[in-house]
Design a protein around this ligand. Structure first.
Ligand SMILES: C[S@@+](CC[C@H](N)C(=O)[O-])C[C@H]1O[C@@H](n2cnc3c(N)ncnc32)[C@H](O)[C@@H]1O
Length: 285
């Protein structure tokens, strides 16, 4: 695809997400408060479960949905892959070779560095790119994986169409996303929308409609909505507690804004306006 056509198709939301995740404030925040491995909602056994441990449990629960023994050489694409923590975990237990695609070049650099440090660069490739315009041939992947990234898209249907194009027939799409309940009043989510610079979130019903129109079958939705509130409360408290020890690197304005944003997620979660969980679809043969 020509650069000109690509940039015309790049939605505003993509540019804003790139700018945000490339900022040194965000990079330092995710590296120092979230551990620089995972930036996704965890599955907490108890409210004081460490954030990193809960994040690993989400990866394990998603992995359980994928075929146990893909033949050697099976390819998995992680879209919106962050620092690649999930990819490093998956390759250690499964035969998939992984492609991480992410629009943040800063995160991708960290991802590549960590893969090299762990000797995993032959199993994990890292591509700078946009999941609304996947730079891969049709039918390239056995599975597509995504954690808490589609909420940044200004064109969610387009993401599904792109996933459909790059999946092999019978391939799996497993992802988590922060969604809204279908009956929610948009005004109740105004602060949340403002934070992500969009005017809606996806919903299970919306994703099921896309899947149906693409001829996919629904593997299921594991509803863990209460975990969203637990998670953002934990991140909020961790940031507030560590604030005085951060010693530069993350600006005060960023921290204030982040603490407020986390409270909005928690408030909307407690009000029952948000949903979060694991979705699983299978492309038709
Ligand atoms: C909340 S983070 C989740 C990261 C990762 N999935 C994880 O679990 O740690 C959202 C990620 O989506 C990426 N992202 C947002 N919009 C994207 C787009 N259009 N194309 C590719 N990546 C995108 C961001 O750069 C960021 O890494």
């Amino acid at each position: 695809m020509s650069e000109e056509r690509k940039s015309m198709q790049t939605s505003d939301a993509v540019n804003r997400a790139r700018e945000y995740y490339n900022s040194s404030d965000a990079d330092n925040f995710y590296a120092r408060i979230w551990g620089g491995e995972d930036i996704h909602i965890g599955l907490y056994d108890s409210p004081d479960c460490p954030i990193g441990e809960a994040g690993v449990k989400t990866v394990e629960a998603m992995l359980a949905l994928l075929p146990e023994n893909p033949e050697r050489g099976g390819r998995l694409l992680d879209i919106g892959a962050g620092y690649g923590g999930s990819a490093r975990r998956i390759v250690k237990t499964r035969a998939y070779d992984i492609t991480c695609l992410n629009l943040s070049e800063i995160q991708n650099e960290r991802n590549r560095r960590r893969n090299q440090e762990e000797g995993l660069e032959d199993r994990i490739e890292v591509i700078d790119g946009d999941f609304e315009n996947l730079p891969f041939e049709a039918g390239s992947f056995d599975a597509v994986w995504c954690q808490d990234s589609i909420l940044h898209s200004g064109n969610r249907r387009r993401v599904f169409e792109e996933v459909d194009r790059v999946l092999k027939p019978g391939g799996h799409f497993v992802f988590t996303d922060i969604m809204q309940t279908p009956e929610v009043d948009a005004a109740a989510l105004a602060d949340v929308y403002k934070r992500i610079h969009l005017d809606s979130l996806g919903s299970v019903e919306e994703y099921n409609r896309y899947a149906e129109s693409l001829g996919w079958s629904v593997g299921g939705f594991a509803d863990h909505s209460q975990q969203l509130t637990t998670h953002y409360l934990r991140v909020h408290d961790e940031l507030a507690g560590k604030r005085s020890t951060l010693d530069g690197g993350i600006s005060d304005a960023y921290i204030d804004n982040m603490l407020q944003g986390l409270q909005h997620w928690v408030g909307a979660g407690q009000a029952g306006s948000l949903r979060w969980g694991i979705l699983h679809y299978i492309k038709g043969e």
